[in-house]
Design a protein around this ligand. Structure first.
Ligand code: MSP
Length: 486
């Protein structure tokens, strides 16, 4: 049977510095959804990558006295190695300095040029290098960019502009109709408000930025970094190849709130002009602060994801990042919560439950689930209730609540275990009754394993392998999440 396709993307991160846990958060988020869809038998294409052009990167490389290409190559290595350590199973990694990207962008820009939607103009105003964005005076707070806390540059340059205004009414209607579904609903409202308050055409080239792709019809200009960055979602599929035809449009772009306008307004407008289908969903997650403060090198609260992996391992790091706040709002990550949650929910939760059930089962000669086993109806009921919630959260990209429902499930199975006390042989004169309980518990672990698999893939494998060899593993400990000594 032909599988349904599912194309999911992360933003391509600026190759301007080392990856931090903000980048890790989005990438893990997308990876969990991609894995969930693969398990649901979808033909998944999951892309991520790096945004390597623009003034910001050019300036940083210059200040470090290294060639810009060497600088971005080094950053790319760090990202790839981190995604590897975090078990991110992407299908494609796009770098905007790659030939594939550059070639496809030129083709797309030529198509835009022939659509008649590009005109020559002059930009005089503010530009924030941190955002790589043209910003207006009303966006500034006390004269600085609220995101980067730096005063913007005042620039005057010849630019080529894109006729965004022409497409705004169509985009507005498509958003209202959920033809482009912006999730959660509050993020959709923000975009509709931006459209309502008026938005002008935007520059698609820069005159003075050398580190970029030359603009085909005026090679003194380079293509504005945001325009080619958005195009990564189709250049990664090697537009206009068969892969592109198979996977485009994106089923979901996963992004943070601060880049919603680019994805929900600029990107659909470019696609309409190119006469290409629009992304189906844009899932906009909230941003988190750390210990109540914005992540910043100056404050010194930037958490290196590599340190997290060294301390907790990859699966626990994935769990700990996704379980602290709901991505449907902005949130806060508290470092002290990591140890606490690790011990409470992983070591004492799933880890301890597996250990107890496996050793009880083997002790009683149960080394697997028999073909004619009878599932305890009370266990079935727990799972039926869980399943409805879990699937609903996963389909709605609500990973925080999906994880909460798993934590709850583990607690409920713990309660069942405490209630049935399968370690008290004297309670069970009928050995069939004890077998049913133990087999129901093994069945529960198998089900829990399946639900945690997208979140903690290597833990799922470890549980599976141990369970398949219960007899051989008799007397051994699985030791999924060794308790932290606090
Ligand atoms: N290069 C652009 C994106 C182009 S996509 C066509 C860019 N890069 S970035 O390096 O700044 O990455 C921004 C993204 O990183 C956010 O949208 C979000 O996905 C993630 N995060 C960065 N900081 C974050 C938090 N504090 N919290 C959660 N996610 C964060 O913008």
């Amino acid at each position: 049977m032909m599988k349904n396709k599912f194309y999911i993307t992360t933003p391509i991160y600026y190759a301007s510095g080392d990856p931090h846990i903000g980048h890790a958060f989005t990438t893990i988020y997308a990876d969990v959804i991609a894995r969930y869809k693969r398990l649901g038998n979808y033909d998944v294409e999951f892309s991520t990558g790096l945004d390597e052009h623009g003034a910001k990167i050019e300036n940083i490389a210059f200040s470090k006295n290294i060639s810009t290409q060497k600088f971005v190559d080094d950053i790319a290595e760090k990202y790839i190695s981190l995604w590897d350590k975090l078990d991110i199973k992407y299908d494609d990694f796009i770098r905007t300095t790659s030939l594939k990207h550059k070639r496809n962008v030129v083709e797309l820009i030529n198509k835009l040029l022939s659509s008649g939607d590009i005109y020559e103009g002059f930009y005089e105003g503010f530009y924030c290098n941190g955002c790589e964005n043209f910003i207006s005076k009303k966006d500034l707070i006390n004269g600085v960019c609220p995101d980067h806390l730096n005063p913007p540059q005042l620039i005057k340059e010849k630019n080529y502009f894109f006729k965004l205004k022409k497409y705004l009414p169509i985009i507005k209607q498509k958003i209202l109709d959920d033809e482009i579904s912006i999730l959660p609903k509050n993020r959709k409202k923000e975009i509709l408000n931006i459209i309502e308050s008026g938005i002008s055409d935007f520059s698609i080239t820069r005159e003075k930025v050398k580190w970029g792709i030359p603009f085909p019809s005026d090679r003194k200009q380079t293509i504005y970094v945001w325009v080619e960055a958005l195009m990564n979602y189709i250049t990664v599929l090697d537009y206009p190849s068969d892969i592109f035809l198979k996977y485009w449009p994106a089923d979901v772009h996963i992004i943070g709130t601060e880049i919603n306008k680019f994805h929900s307004i600029y990107w659909p407008a470019i696609l309409l002009s190119l006469d290409l289908p629009l992304p189906k969903t844009i899932f906009v997650h909230g941003l988190f602060t750390i210990n109540g403060q914005k992540m910043s090198k100056t404050i010194g609260n930037v958490i290196n994801p590599n340190d997290l992996i060294i301390k907790y391992g990859s699966d626990a790091s994935r769990y700990l990042l996704l379980s602290q706040f709901s991505a449907f709002e902005h949130g806060d990550i508290k470092e002290v919560e990591f140890d606490k949650k690790y011990n409470e929910n992983l070591a004492n939760g799933i880890g301890n439950l597996c250990e107890r059930i496996f050793s009880l089962a083997v002790k009683n000669g149960i080394c697997g689930i028999s073909n004619n086993f009878k599932l305890d109806p009370s266990v079935l009921e727990i799972f039926n209730n869980f399943e409805v919630n879990y699937q609903c959260y996963m389909r709605g990209y609500d990973l925080f609540n999906a994880l909460k429902s798993i934590d709850n499930l583990i607690r409920e199975i713990d309660v069942y275990l405490e209630l049935k006390k399968p370690w008290s042989a004297s309670l069970y004169t009928d050995s069939n009754e004890l077998d049913t309980i133990l087999e129901s518990l093994l069945w529960s672990i198998d089900k829990i394993k399946k639900s945690i698999e997208p979140f903690m893939p290597s833990t799922a494998i470890k549980i599976n392998d141990f369970m398949l060899n219960l007899q051989i593993n008799k007397g051994k400990k699985l030791n999924l999440f060794p308790r932290m000594i606090l």
